[in-house]
Design a protein around this ligand. Structure first.
Ligand SMILES: Cc1cc2nc3c(=O)[nH]c(=O)nc-3n(C[C@H](O)[C@H](O)[C@H](O)COP(=O)(O)OP(=O)(O)OC[C@H]3O[C@@H](n4cnc5c(N)ncnc54)[C@H](O)[C@@H]3O)c2cc1C
Length: 491
């Protein structure tokens, strides 16, 4: 007998959970409040430009390959993946930049030029990170992480003892490198985990391995191609997808989820997977007696930053920009303090520019540039048009200075997106962009658990639970939760 399962939210985690559950023989419906599937990775088209709204970095290609393999497909059945070379550029000042080549040997040579001996040290660091990556992917990240006992096997313990796992990544890096620019390059990949390297355990040097050794990839057509591929897989399996379907309540009776209320209609289900933001589901869709955590719990959590984003269409090419450019030309520490310790709009923000039209002619009209700007900011800040414009001018002035060209007067399309939009579109807690930070105290069993402790057939997945934020972890989260909930359901 198959069970009827509701999946709330059609981002990567929801799509993943739905497909795995449907493959197991259940009858799954995804309810997505927005007009399109994909969650934070939606896309929109304007004036001939195709803008990815969220993720732009395709790292850990093995995770995507394994995902599609689980359903009998290859990534290449859906989109063409290209490796970017350089993977990304880092701007330290107008005349001091570093291109992270696709070829790891070239990166080593460049490190060596900055700091004697650092090429060999990079090799050693990345070899350790490779070991952590293999252990993580094979023995750690696919566990539900209910308790530390899940990790008590000799293979994991041996590896944890052999390499830096729990000291802060920054301390681990400082054992290897001293050059300020090298440290910034090496600390960058963990910004994806929502905190600075002094708060992120060295276990996550797997991100350095992903960025520097595996490489940075791009699906031609844009990151949304991943969403489209996952949607095709889900629909082919028989998953039903309802759009404009905002879930208002999870109905619980005698410790069991009986169904949901969506657009004022009550629909009965045998099980519910909540793949929308965890805090919202708990606080707004469940009565307080069925919530795992109270509001004080969420207030104490370290969230990944919010972001001020700009989607810009430019009517000429910007020659100096590669696909990914990180502007680390201002005070890294000050900006981080203004995100995590003393939340305020940043004095002089670091920012990130993505120009996918450098690689992909399909995302912009001919001789135009598709430009995406991201400024990380603290969660919960005031957000209004004047502030957005102030920061637009700040970063555009720096971008124009770096590129030595006028860009602003060639803008033919511009849209901003910030904290208020994250709340409105995704029910995001304080407008966070990508979930809960992977700090040591918010890793594995210390994350919000994927099982509701009081409602036996209600589970959570996505970037606020295990394994954490980012596209690959969201895919994995859906797979873990599907296995867990199906243990409790009739087949
Ligand atoms: C600007 C930005 C840049 C990023 N860059 C990268 C990157 O380069 N690489 C990377 O790997 N990751 C990146 N990330 C992180 C990555 O996008 C997320 O971790 C991932 O998309 C989260 O997927 P999810 O399914 O957990 O959540 P979501 O994508 O948020 O999906 C949750 C869904 O639930 C829906 N929902 C909410 N409430 C309800 C309701 N009541 N009823 C029905 N549906 C509801 C929402 O509309 C949403 O569609 C980025 C994120 C952002 C915001």
């Amino acid at each position: 007998m198959c069970a009827k399962i509701a999946v709330i939210g059609g981002g990567f985690a929801g799509l993943s959970a739905a497909s795995y559950l449907q493959k197991m023989g259940h009858q799954v419906t995804i309810f997505e409040k927005n007009e399109q599937i994909g969650g934070r990775a939606r896309k929109f088209e304007e004036h001939g430009f195709v803008f990815d709204m969220g993720p732009s970095w395709y790292w850990m290609p093995d995770v995507f390959e394994n995902y599609f393999k689980d359903f009998g497909y290859k990534v290449s059945d859906f989109f063409e993946l290209v490796q970017l070379d350089p993977g990304f550029d880092v701007v330290f000042s107008k005349h001091d930049t570093f291109s992270v080549d696709a070829d790891f040997e070239k990166i080593k040579d460049k490190f060596e030029q900055l700091e004697k001996g650092s090429g060999a040290k990079l090799e050693k660091f990345i070899n350790e990170a490779d070991r952590k990556y293999q252990v993580s992917m094979n023995d750690i990240v696919f566990k539900p992480s209910y308790s530390l006992f899940e990790y008590m096997n000799w293979k994991i313990i041996k590896n944890v003892l052999a390499v830096d796992f729990f000291i802060p990544l920054r301390s681990s890096l400082k054992k290897y490198f001293t050059h300020a620019n090298i440290l910034k390059i090496m600390e960058f990949p963990v910004l994806f985990l929502g905190a600075m390297a002094d708060k992120i355990p060295a276990l996550y040097s797997i991100m350095n391995y992903a960025a520097l050794k595996q490489g940075t990839f791009y699906p031609l057509g844009g990151m949304h191609k991943i969403v489209e591929a996952m949607e095709k897989v889900a629909v082919k399996l028989g998953v039903e997808i309802q759009l404009h379907a905002e879930v208002q309540k999870i109905i619980v009776e005698e410790g069991k989820a009986k169904g949901i209320i969506v657009n004022q209609n009550t629909i009965a289900f045998d099980g519910v997977v909540a793949a929308a933001d965890y805090e919202f589901v708990e606080r707004k869709l469940l009565e307080s007696s069925y919530q795992n955590y109270n509001s004080e719990y969420w207030d104490k959590k370290v969230f990944a930053p919010s972001s001020l984003l700009f989607y810009i269409g430019v009517s000429k090419k910007i020659e100096k920009l590669n696909h990914h450019t990180l502007f680390f030309d201002t005070d890294f520490e000050l900006h981080s303090k203004e995100i995590y310790h003393n939340p305020k709009w940043p004095t002089e923000p670091l920012f990130y520019a993505c120009t996918p039209s450098v690689t992909d002619a399909s995302v912009a009209p001919e001789n135009c540039e598709n430009l995406f700007l991201l400024i990380p900011i603290a969660t919960g800040l005031e957000d209004n048009e004047a502030l957005r414009e102030k920061y637009f001018d700040k970063v555009m002035a720096r971008l124009e200075d770096y590129c030595e060209m006028d860009i602003r007067s060639h803008i033919i399309y511009k849209r901003s997106y910030c904290k208020n939009d994250f709340i409105l579109d995704y029910n995001s807690f304080k407008g966070n962009a990508y979930g809960l930070a992977n700090t040591l105290l918010q890793t594995g069993p210390l994350k919000p658990t994927l099982k509701n402790k009081k409602v036996s057939n209600l589970y959570y997945c996505g970037q606020l639970t295990v394994p954490g934020p980012g596209v690959p972890p969201s895919l994995i989260s859906g797979k873990i939760v599907a296995a867990e909930i199906s243990k409790n359901l009739p087949l």
